[in-house]
Design a protein around this ligand. Structure first.
Ligand code: NAP
Length: 362
């Protein structure tokens, strides 16, 4: 019986990396029946909304989705569909493994950091008040009446909720992941010295949860210091658990440590469903150019195979990608030292190379 899995090709470079990835998945021998849906710009054009009920129903029914990146207009237009999807499906944990693959030219080697990002709260909760709107004026008045700070009348406001419940869930997820994967240390990241009631709660809750895991080392770090430590001594870190916004930023920093965003996968995990996608965005300037690295999406697909307990095909896919990288012959521009290197491979050529290795390994 094939697995029924929802497939969302996404915007920009999404369709071409999705095509490369589904071809590689087919070569693993795992039978998958794709339930294909659009979200983002493509859905907006077709259905008048960037996120349809059908997509949510499909993911709820299939319980697993593979997703390409989706464009979010900056400043105006629709809210992030990615954020909405994570909230609608309560995909509370975002897992972003940042691992060095031999052959990638990077300042560091042997990095193996897993970023565990809370995915539903924080400044990404989407609670925003537009400059000059009636509600915003009332909120500014309310805050002044409560004796808090005077907020300038021409302000826009974003709210940062951090709850004990969601923090307990994400930190427990990080510790359980550490135990299940033989990891040694969890670092809780915050800015509790400044934001005492949001980040302070995150830290206090994490410290409580850590007490149930005496076998795993626990430490905390202030986010600005963490960034400095990460670029100077990245080998010190194992699992990093953070609220939503810091998690987004720090995971890109970690992607930079291992050679860039073209090789970093992610999983958005809830109690009932999971959505796998590359960390990178839709890179609109490269759309349709058969240029970008499909490996981040392929590695996300390998995470998806592990999630559905297809461990061996997952290992074979990851190892075919790792061998393609280490040979260095068929890799995209981002993995080449010289951007004008004539041997730079296209997206589809990388897929062909990975598939060839998968077939050789059978
Ligand atoms: P981006 O799409 O990740 O692209 C930023 C840069 O990263 C690119 O210009 C390129 O660098 C590099 N890059 C991205 N994907 C790559 C790949 N597969 N292979 C090699 N290099 C790659 O970030 P953005 O330009 O900030 O965002 C574009 C849109 O994507 C926005 O609308 C944003 O909201 C959205 N986005 C969506 C998701 C998601 O769907 N989960 C995540 C992040 C952003 P060079 O210029 O150096 O070649």
């Amino acid at each position: 019986m094939p697995y029924n899995i929802t497939l969302i090709p996404g915007d920009g470079v999404g369709p071409e990396i999705t095509e490369a990835t589904t071809r590689a998945l087919a070569a693993t021998g795992v039978a998958i029946k794709w339930d294909i849906h659009q979200i983002g710009e493509a859905a907006l054009k077709q259905y008048g909304t960037p996120l349809t009920l059908e997509v949510l129903q499909s993911i709820k029914k299939n319980k697993v989705a593979l997703k390409g990146p989706v464009t979010t207009p900056i400043g105006t237009g629709f809210r992030s569909v990615n954020v909405a999807l994570r909230q609608e499906l309560d995909l509370y944990a975002c897992l972003r493994p940042c691992k060095s693959y031999p052959g990638i030219k990077s300042r560091y080697e042997n990095i193996d950091i897993v970023v565990v990002r809370e995915n539903t709260e924080d400044l990404y909760a989407g609670i925003e008040f537009k400059k000059g709107a009636k509600d915003t004026t009332e909120l500014i008045k309310f805050i002044a009446e409560k004796g808090q700070r005077k907020i300038s009348a021409d302000s826009g406001i974003s709210i940062k909720p951090i709850s004990e419940r969601a923090t307990r869930k994400i930190v427990t997820f990080a510790f359980d992941y550490a135990r299940a994967h033989g990891r040694k240390k969890v670092t809780c990241v915050h800015k509790a010295n400044i934001m005492k009631f949001s980040d302070g709660l995150f830290l206090a809750t994490a410290t409580k949860v850590a007490k149930s895991y005496p076998d795993i080392q626990f430490e905390d770090a202030i986010v600005d210091n963490l960034c400095m430590q990460l670029v100077t001594k990245p080998e010190r870190y194992d699992i990093i658990v953070l609220p939503n916004l810091y998690g987004d930023i720090v995971s890109e920093l970690c992607a930079g440590l291992v050679g860039g965003i073209g090789v970093v996968p992610s999983a958005n995990i809830g109690d009932k469903v999971a959505v796998f996608e590359p960390v990178h965005g839709s890179a609109p300037k490269y759309a349709g150019r058969n240029k970008v690295n499909p490996m981040a999406m392929m590695l996300s697909a390998a995470m998806m195979l592990r999630h559905i307990r297809e461990e061996k095909p997952a290992q074979r896919l990851e190892s075919a990608i790792a061998r393609t990288i280490s040979e260095g012959k068929t890799v995209t521009y981002d993995l080449k030292a010289d951007p004008n290197d004539p041997s730079i491979a296209t997206t589809s050529a990388v897929a062909d190379a990975v598939i060839k290795k998968l077939k050789e390994a059978r």
